[in-house]
Design a protein around this ligand. Structure first.
Ligand SMILES: N[C@@H](CCC(=O)N[C@@H](CS)C(=O)NCC(=O)O)C(=O)O
Length: 308
């Protein structure tokens, strides 16, 4: 079954996955979702998970790019993306969290804000701000100081420029670390004012060009209703290695009613029955009144599982 990506064009985490589709040469289907809630055709599939992107394969739904990337590597039979193990995974995680927050903070520099907001109406700006305040549970979206973020970014770029001894971060082939780093740099480059921060670093820009050249692969556009119909008609597929690791689950076991929630932002809980939990993946099964039986997959890092 062809993977379906629910995403919107300016979403940087979606760019990580679009680039992976290109690199892994996997055909996919694209559903463009609105950049803010509500997303009525997607929530029956995801059970309420509200970050972007979400990948769907039939009635199996993958939340968070970490688990999406692993599934795509498996589908493509690729053994190199995660070959560097801990080193690449930790750099990827650093980029997806700390570097991501820094690049978002850069967007709050006065000149960057002006460049971004000039493309939006006042009503769109207000709706966007309200949506993101809900996403972060009322906390400010950006806790950092934009000037400090600019200084930090400059130091990072200097160090990256010096470290790029190979085609990619860890060698002549890209690893997952490259895709996580790239989507953050792509986001910086996408804002006219922030793009100037990349201008001094020709090595970094050449590296970005190599990542960009993978493209987005071959995809067809489908409607959100169609994706929901595909999910409704399909039966979820149990992962081959499904098992609950008692060291992680403690008092919970297969079949326990659980709530899974991101532990940073967009923390709303997704409830279901525990199917599998190992050091990489958490899987729950749910019955939705619209979508029927679905299985929802999360990475083990960054999500908390509690008894529902
Ligand atoms: N850890 C998540 C982060 C995803 C994320 O923060 N995505 C942003 C968009 S790039 C988001 O969800 N924004 C709010 C929204 O789209 O509703 C992942 O790797 O997928």
């Amino acid at each position: 079954m062809t993977p379906i990506l629910h995403h919107y064009p300016p979403s940087l985490f979606s760019e990580k996955i679009r680039a992976l589709f290109g690199y892994l040469k996997l055909p996919w289907q694209s559903v463009i979702i609105p950049p803010i809630m509500p997303r009525p055709y997607l929530m029956p599939l995801s059970g309420g998970y509200r970050k972007t992107p979400i990948m769907q394969i039939g009635a199996n739904v993958y939340c968070d790019t970490e688990i999406i990337a692993r599934r795509l590597a498996e589908l493509a039979g690729d053994e190199t993306l995660f070959a560097h193990g801990f080193a690449a995974e930790r750099v990827a995680r650093w980029a997806d969290t700390e570097l991501f927050r820094t690049t978002v903070t850069l967007n709050f520099r006065e000149e960057a804000l002006a460049a971004q907001m000039s493309q939006m109406s006042q009503a769109e700006v207000e709706a966007f701000q309200q949506d993101r305040a809900e996403l972060s549970g009322g906390a400010p979206i950006v806790a950092g100081d934009p000037a400090a973020a600019e200084a930090y970014f400059l130091s990072l770029m200097e160090s990256l420029e010096d470290s790029l001894q190979h085609e990619f971060l860890l060698g002549e082939r890209p690893s997952i670390a490259d895709f996580s780093l790239y989507h953050c740099l792509w986001f910086v480059a996408g804002n006219e004012a922030n793009a100037e921060l990349l201008a001094p670093w020709s090595g970094v820009r050449a590296y970005m060009g190599r990542m960009k050249s993978f493209g987005h692969g071959e995809f067809t556009e489908i409607a959100p209703e169609e994706a929901l119909r595909i999910g409704t008609d399909a039966a979820p597929v149990l992962p081959d290695d499904a098992a609950v690791d008692a060291r992680l689950a403690k008092d919970l076991e297969a079949g326990s009613a659980v709530a899974v929630a991101a532990n940073d932002y967009g923390r709303n809980a997704i409830t279901g029955e525990l199917v599998s939990w190992n050091s990489r993946e958490i899987v729950i099964s749910r019955r939705d009144e619209t979508a029927g039986a679905v299985m929802v997959h999360f990475p083990s890092t960054g999500f908390d599982v509690t008894q529902a």
